[in-house]
Design a binder for this molecule. Structure first.
Ligand code: ATP
Length: 361
């Protein structure tokens, strides 16, 4: 068990800088996810932590130990890959035993620990099977047992669920979480699947072109994204440019209370951005945070529009609304909200809550 500190790591391939002075801290025992689109540098960072890639600058620490120049097999890591990377000519038992044999563990101890590890992933009965005789989910469980049986300081997982079908992916989330929680092991998990990241992680770093766009708990990232990139990547959000206008030039009033944001030319009461924002902000509105009402005069933050499409989805109803400036906004009303139900073509008002967020570009 160890914390991981990434300290200003730089990694370049040819002319391309893939990791740009990247720093982050993974607390001891945390389940930490690197999330981002293809090519943003997740795997490169994971491979630097594993020792497969040597950084061109910066340091990597496990607790206080600087492992930047330590070879992979002296780092005491367990690794699980997307394609399982099992030895095809070894049985499940021998795959799991591999790391213990390399560490010269006694035969009796190997048998005990491998059987225990296979039992933990419910594969004791398949100990003699070869990888080709197992399903994807079973292979990934062998890979997990193989990574954990050596009791590594750190577990690194690179898209371990991507090759599994949807149902198996969900099951494996629980298998992984149960195992790593029980072992209390610090885990770095790479995925491009935001739902997987939200469901599994203590903390998530959202990466954007070799840097961290935002780091936080799933709740923080969902509720308070720092920019449109994060808002769009985590969950679904309406991301709408909102010009600002100055309403109070008096000295003394703090800067954020001196601007009002405009949606469709209408002032949004109470909606505040950070005071550093200039003449234009970006309103981030989750579809489920908005609501709909029939047209009525003098309702604050009610923006007039027309229902383009209504989709009934059982637990919620999703609406696409066209506003008067021809932009579109998505609104989701949860089942049980019987007050509002509208059909395509209906005139409505979209209610924007006063605690909505406005961020910079
Ligand atoms: N060995 C290498 N040589 C040259 N370029 C590389 C090498 N490894 C990665 N890259 C480049 O570095 C960038 C980041 O790649 P990386 O695999 O870290 O991204 P990723 O976020 O893990 O993407 P994915 O989700 O597709 O795996 C890409 O542009 C990739 O082409």
């Amino acid at each position: 068990m160890a914390s991981i500190t990434i300290d200003r790591v730089v990694k370049q391939f040819a002319q391309q800088t893939v990791l740009q002075n990247l720093s982050l801290h993974v607390p001891d025992g945390a389940f930490f996810t690197l999330l981002g689109p293809s090519g943003c540098g997740k795997t490169t960072l994971l491979r630097c932590i594993a020792g497969f890639n040597e950084p061109d600058g910066g340091r990597i620490l496990f607790d206080q130990d600087d492992v930047t120049r330590v070879s992979t097999h002296h780092r005491d890591i367990g690794m699980v890959f997307q394609d399982y990377a099992l030895f095809p000519d070894k049985s499940a038992f021998d795959n799991v035993a591999y790391g213990l044999r390399a560490r010269k563990v006694t035969k009796g101890e190997i048998t005990r620990r491998v059987n225990e590890a296979l039992d933990r992933v419910s594969l004791l009965a398949l100990a003699d099977r070869y990888p080709a005789q197992m399903s994807g989910g079973q292979r990934q469980r062998v890979a997990l047992a193989r990574a954990l049986v050596i009791r590594p300081r750190v577990l690194l997982m690179d898209e371990p669920l991507s090759n599994l079908d949807a149902k198996m992916r969900l099951q494996m989330r629980d298998v992984i979480l149960d195992l790593v929680r029980e072992a209390g092991i610090t885990t770095v998990f790479v995925t491009h699947d935001q739902e997987e990241a939200l469901a599994m992680s203590d903390r998530i770093a959202i990466m954007d072109r070799g840097s961290i766009a935002q780091l936080g708990t799933p709740e923080e990232l969902y509720a308070t994204p720092v920019n449109a990139y994060v808002a769009d990547f985590i969950g679904s959000a309406n991301v709408i440019p909102v010009p600002a206008e100055c309403v109070d030039r008096e000295a003394g009033a703090d800067a954020s209370s001196r601007v009002r944001y405009l949606l469709c030319g209408q002032q949004l009461d109470g909606v505040q951005g950070s005071d550093a924002l200039a003449a234009q902000g970006i309103l981030i509105a989750r579809p489920e945070a908005l609501s709909l009402m029939a047209p009525a005069p003098h309702v604050p933050n009610a923006i007039a529009g027309v229902v383009l499409r209504r989709q009934y989805l059982g637990f919620k109803t999703a609406y696409r609304i066209r506003l008067h400036d021809d932009s579109e906004i998505r609104v989701e009303l949860h089942a049980g909200n019987t007050v509002a139900d509208f059909q395509a073509g209906d005139a409505v008002q979209v209610l924007v809550p006063a605690d909505s967020r406005v961020v910079g570009h």
